[in-house]
Design a protein around this ligand. Sequence first.
Ligand SMILES: [Zn+2]
Length: 240
Amino acid sequence: MKTWTTRSGLTVTQILGGRCNVFLIAQEERHCLVDSGHDNRFDALYNRLRRLGVTPQSLRALILTHSHFDHAGNAARIKTAFATQLIIHESETEYLRRGANPVIQGSTPLTRFMTDAFLSQALLQRFCRYTPAACDIAAKARLDLQALGITACLLHTPGHTPGSLSIIVDESIALTGDTLFGVFPGSTFPPFAADVPQMIASWRKLLETGCSRFLPAHGCERSRATLQRQYEKYAKKFGL
Ligand SMILES: [Zn+2]
């Protein structure tokens, strides 16, 4: 498990990898979990949380960057196992309650062909279902986590989905969900997005924070320099 440390000593640990990175933020004896992974990884997630000393008392919140199945798949079980509160953006609470999302849209010619023409929408929707969960705190444009004892805030960074959130930890590390990807070399561009220009504008919001490290839910860390280069390229392309 890889761990990053901020200037004030908060730690961010990548607790699950593979299909979806799940991160644990720790500040002294307090924790926040960011995303919950695909539902076939529950045992691994639960065991690693316990091994890291996470308890119902220490886990202040489960934050979902958005309501897609590979991020929210274990939300209901984590919420029950740790009696914790669940935070998601207000525009995605209903998807979470149903355990289903609108069909994802490709953001490149190839992935758009896949989602619009090649794959059955009904099949996609069935494949992307997960156990529903209830939201406890609905985030809006910004939500400070200081009330939970964690030096971090949630920033609304829409585009991949309308309610995508990024978690800004100690103004130094951003957990970006799918707002940006770290899969393709030198790129931050996700293969799926509901609104690409809106997502590019969210990259600018992320660059306006003091963060130097950007940890996506898919792939590896991206630097500020890489995100800046990608922002300039796509802002020009979309006339932003
Ligand atoms: Zn997603």
